[in-house]
Design a protein around this ligand. Structure first.
Ligand SMILES: NC(=O)c1ccc[n+]([C@@H]2O[C@H](COP(=O)([O-])OP(=O)(O)OC[C@H]3O[C@@H](n4cnc5c(N)ncnc54)[C@H](O)[C@@H]3O)[C@@H](O)[C@H]2O)c1
Ligand SMILES: [Zn+2]
Length: 380
C-alpha cells in the first residue's frame, strides 16, 4: 500500500490571525479579499480587513459572494478578481467563499473558465498565492484541493479537484466564528463530523487520513455541543476549527463516502445547505454501513468515549446513538419533508445519487439503487 499526505504549506491556529496574515502578506501590495455580506459584517472579518488597510495594502474586496456557489456566479467573481491584478488572494468565509477564491487562484487567463475546469480540473495552475481564513467550522475547504459548485442545468453539485488549489497559508482563528449563528454552527459542525467519520470508514482510508479523522472525531465529540450552545466558549471554537481542518486533511488523504454522494442531489435540486443535507443522510448511511464497519465504529468509540466492557456490536450501537442524540439536541433537521421532498421525488434522487460514483466507490458497503432508495425514503 502507498499513500500521500498533501497539506497547506503553513497552518496557524490561535487568536492573533491578523498578525500572521500581515507577515505573510508583506511582500505583496495588491490584495484581493473574497468574502460575503454576512461575514463582512462580523468583527472577525473587520479585524482582518483593518489590518490589511492599516498596512497600506491596495485592497479589492469582493464581498457579495453567494452561499453554495453556482458555477456561472463563481465565474463572474473570478472575472472581477482577474481585472484587479491582485498578487495575493485572501478568502474570509465559509466553504462557499473559499471555494470561489480557490478557483480564482488557478484561473490566470480567460482561457481557463470555471466550466472548462469542470470538464478538466487539471487545466489550471496556481498563479496567485492563497490565504484561507475559515469562518465556519466546517467544510475543511481550507485544507482541500477541492472546489464545489452547482451546475444548474444538471441540478447537481460537482467537485473540481486540483492539488494546485491547496492553500499556501491557513489561519484558524476562533474569533472568526464568534458570531456564527447557532443553526449554522450546528449544521457546519455536522458536516465536519461527516467528513471525519466518512473518511475513517472509507475504502480509501490511509494511516494519514485515519490520524486526522480520529483526532477530528475526538474534538467534535468533546466540543461540538459547547460551541453551539455556549457561543462565548472561545477554546471550544478554536478546537472546532481545528477539527474541521483535520476533517479537510482527512478528505484530501482519503475520501468521503455515501453520505456525501447521496447528499449532492439534495443540494443541487432542492438547495438544501451542504451541512444540513449531509446531517440528514448521516444516520441512514451509518446504520446501513454498520454491518461492514463494526470494528471501525468500535475503534471510534474507544477513542471518544471508552467502554471496554462492551462488545463491538454494542460499541457501534452506542456510537451511532450518541451521534444521533447530538444531532437532535442541536436541532439539526433529520427529515427532507421541510424542504418539500416527497415520495414522488425518489426516482430522480436515486438516479442522481447513484451517479456520484466517485464517492460511492469509497463506501465500505456497496450501495445498490434499492439501498439508496431505502435510505432516502427513511428520511422523507
Ligand atoms: N472545498 C471543499 O473541500 C468543500 C468541502 C465541503 C463543503 N464544501 C462546500 O462549501 C459550501 C458550504 O460552506 P459552509 O458550510 O462553510 O457555509 P457557507 O460558506 O455557505 O456559509 C453559510 C452561511 O453562514 C454565513 N456565515 C459564514 N460564516 C459566518 C460567521 N462567522 N458569522 C456569521 N455568518 C456566517 C454565510 O454568510 C452564509 O450565509 C458548499 O457549497 C459546499 O459544497 C466545500
Ligand atoms: Zn462536506
Amino acid at each position: 500500500m502507498s499513500f500521500t499526505l498533501r497539506m497547506p504549506a503553513q497552518v496557524y491556529c490561535g487568536n492573533d490571525g491578523q498578525e500572521k496574515l500581515l507577515a505573510f502578506a508583506a511582500p505583496y501590495r495588491k490584495v484581493c479579499v473574497f468574502t460575503d455580506a454576512a461575514v463582512a459584517r462580523t468583527l472577525g472579518a473587520q479585524k482582518m480587513l483593518s489590518a490589511l488597510r492599516d498596512a497600506g495594502k491596495e485592497l479589492t474586496v469582493l464581498d457579495d459572494l453567494k452561499p453554495e456557489p453556482v458555477c456561472d456566479d463563481a465565474q463572474e467573481t473570478v472575472d472581477v478578481f482577474r481585472k484587479s491584478g491582485a498578487e495575493l488572494i485572501v478568502a474570509i468565509g465559509g466553504g462557499s467563499v473559499m471555494d470561489v477564491a480557490k478557483l480564482a487562484s488557478i484561473s490566470a487567463t480567460d482561457a481557463i473558465t470555471v466550466r472548462s475546469l469542470l470538464e478538466n480540473p487539471l487545466l489550471g495552475s496556481k498563479t496567485v498565492p492563497t490565504v484561507m481564513i475559515p469562518t465556519t467550522a466546517g467544510t475543511g475547504a481550507e485544507a482541500t484541493p477541492n472546489s464545489i459548485v452547482t451546475v444548474p442545468e444538471k441540478q447537481l453539485k460537482a467537485g473540481i479537484v486540483n492539488p494546485e488549489m491547496i492553500a499556501d497559508l491557513v489561519i484558524l482563528d476562533g474569533d472568526m466564528t464568534a458570531e456564527l449563528p447557532m443553526a449554522v454552527a450546528a449544521s457546519t459542525g455536522a458536516d465536519a463530523l461527516c467528513h471525519a467519520i466518512e473518511c475513517y470508514t472509507s475504502n480509501k482510508a490511509t494511516p494519514f487520513s485515519n490520524l486526522f479523522a480520529l483526532e477530528a472525531l475526538k474534538l467534535i465529540f468533546t466540543h461540538m455541543e459547547t460551541v453551539c450552545l455556549q457561543p462565548d466558549a472561545k477554546e471550544a471554537k478554536n478546537a472546532m476549527l481545528l477539527a474541521a481542518f483535520y476533517g479537510g486533511v482527512a478528505i484530501t488523504a482519503s475520501g468521503t463516502t455515501a453520505v456525501h454522494a447521496l447528499s449532492y442531489p439534495l443540494g443541487g435540486r432542492y438547495h438544501i445547505p451542504h451541512g444540513v443535507a449531509n446531517a440528514i443522510m448521516l444516520m441512514p448511511v451509518m446504520r446501513f454501513n454498520a454491518p461492514a464497519c463494526l470494528p471501525v465504529f468500535a475503534a471510534v468509540l474507544n477513542a471518544v468515549d471508552p467502554a471496554p466492557e462492551l462488545s463491538d456490536i454494542a460499541k457501534a450501537e452506542r456510537l451511532l446513538n450518541r451521534m444521533q442524540e447530538m444531532l437532535a439536541k442541536l436541532g439539526i433537521p433529520s427529515s427532507l419533508a421541510p424542504y418539500g421532498v416527497t415520495a414522488a421525488d425518489l426516482d430522480a434522487l436515486v438516479e442522481a445519487g447513484m451517479a456520484v460514483t466517485r464517492l460511492l466507490n469509497n463506501n465500505p458497503r456497496p450501495v445498490t439503487a434499492a439501498d439508496a432508495r431505502r435510505m432516502y425514503a427513511s428520511v422523507l
